[in-house]
Design a protein around this ligand. Structure first.
Ligand SMILES: [Zn+2]
Ligand SMILES: [Zn+2]
Length: 380
């Protein structure tokens, strides 16, 4: 990747609020404009063509797009080093042009003589908040295809041979007449393989592959959040024809915590205070991921007031900077009191009649005003 990267929206010439349809349309326009077939040996056009493909790869994927919007280029990982050659681009987005745009304009046929990448796999791993805070190594189980030993991957029963496809003559493509157009399409008989299995291998039912259960170690970085994915490069399905293997994506799940709620990199804890603690002030001990911490709650603390302990939240998986711990207090009103407490509260209440708090005073004034204007309105 170049040191300075252009903004993906700028590359495609669209606004940050562009719809999926607008993104695809903008990319298609650029891809046709800078298509290598129309600009042979033009490095600048080739660079523009690839740049548009990278931008499209990110913005056409809702998850990647939202990470890009949040974190910029650092938030997305385009395929290692971008697209290496034109075939990568066609492989990724060939569908979008499938015969209609590129096919008609450039004759298609690019899908022949190149290998296909293996499919991606997905697995899941559940973490506690504590594990997510420091990062952890976990074992995950994956099931991927491995070459069938019985038939060496040919899919043909031992002792038999796959025969050449009679429909396409082994090319894997056939010409179809649709109206006035003649188009090349994948052979329906052999599904593009060029060969047909007459006696399928009993071990793999002719598929040439058998399931292989593997256990992998996944290093999960500190600070990951629920729904993030860790990529295990090259751990996906093998390529069906000698190309690169796919990737495995490990989906992170964070189990709910008994005490802390997470909000991005901040952790929130709700702490009850008694009426007396809120009025008189107190020191409370609260748990954090780094052990217990004391905080001073000043007298006159209101229900819902929030205190902040800097850098005691979750780390950001990229910058490693830690969020804060937010302590939200609420005043708990007892449902039952002892006779002694009741006696004290009653005498406190009689004092409160004489000493009205500012909020209550302004409330009572407003109520009084309200009734007065009501009376006036009725007299009119
Ligand atoms: Zn087999
Ligand atoms: Zn065929």
């Amino acid at each position: 990747m170049a040191a300075t990267q252009r903004d993906y929206y700028e590359i495609l010439g669209i606004s940050r609020t562009a719809s999926d349809g607008e993104i695809a349309k903008a990319y298609r326009k650029l891809a046709i404009k800078y298509h290598p077939d129309s600009h042979p040996n033009d490095d600048e056009a080739t660079a523009k063509f690839k740049e548009a493909a990278v931008a499209y790869e990110v913005l056409s994927d809702a998850q990647k797009r939202s990470r890009y919007d949040q974190f910029g280029h650092a938030g997305v990982e385009p395929r290692a080093g971008g697209f290496h050659d034109m075939n990568d681009v066609f492989e990724a987005f060939g569908d979008m042009f499938g015969g209609s745009v590129f096919g008609d304009l450039f004759g298609g046929g690019r899908s022949r003589n190149r290998t296909r990448r293996g499919a991606d796999l997905q697995c899941e791993v559940a973490l506690t908040l504590e594990e997510a805070a420091v990062g952890v190594t976990k074992q995950v189980q994956l099931t991927r295809h491995s070459r069938c030993r019985a038939c060496s991957g040919s899919g043909a029963a031992p002792g038999s041979e796959p025969r050449m496809c009679g429909r396409c003559g082994g090319i894997g493509q056939v010409a179809m007449q649709t109206g006035i157009l003649r188009v090349q399409t994948t052979c329906p008989e052999c599904r593009g393989n060029g060969r047909v299995i007459t006696k399928p291998c009993p071990e793999c039912s002719g598929g040439g592959a058998v399931p292989d259960h593997v256990s992998l170690e996944v290093k999960i970085p500190a600070g990951v959040d629920d729904g993030m994915r860790v990529r295990l490069t090259g751990e996906g399905q093998p390529s069906p024809d000698g190309g690169p293997a796919g990737d495995a994506y490990c989906l992170i799940q964070i189990r709910p915590h008994k005490i802390f709620k997470r909000d991005g990199d901040d952790l929130i804890i709700q702490v009850p205070l008694s009426y007396c603690q809120a009025v008189l002030g107190t020191t409370i001990e609260i748990p954090t991921l780094n052990g217990p911490k004391s905080i001073d709650v000043p007298g006159g603390t209101q229900s819902g007031e929030v205190f902040r302990l800097r850098s005691l939240g979750m780390p950001d998986p990229r910058s490693r900077q830690r969020g804060d711990m937010l302590i939200q207090t609420y005043v708990e009103i007892p449902k039952k009191v002892s006779p002694k407490q009741e006696e004290l509260l009653r005498s406190l209440a009689s004092l409160d009649e004489e000493h009205v708090t500012p909020q209550r005073k302004s409330f009572l004034d407003r109520v009084l005003q309200y009734f007065r204007t009501d009376e006036l309105d009725q007299k009119k």
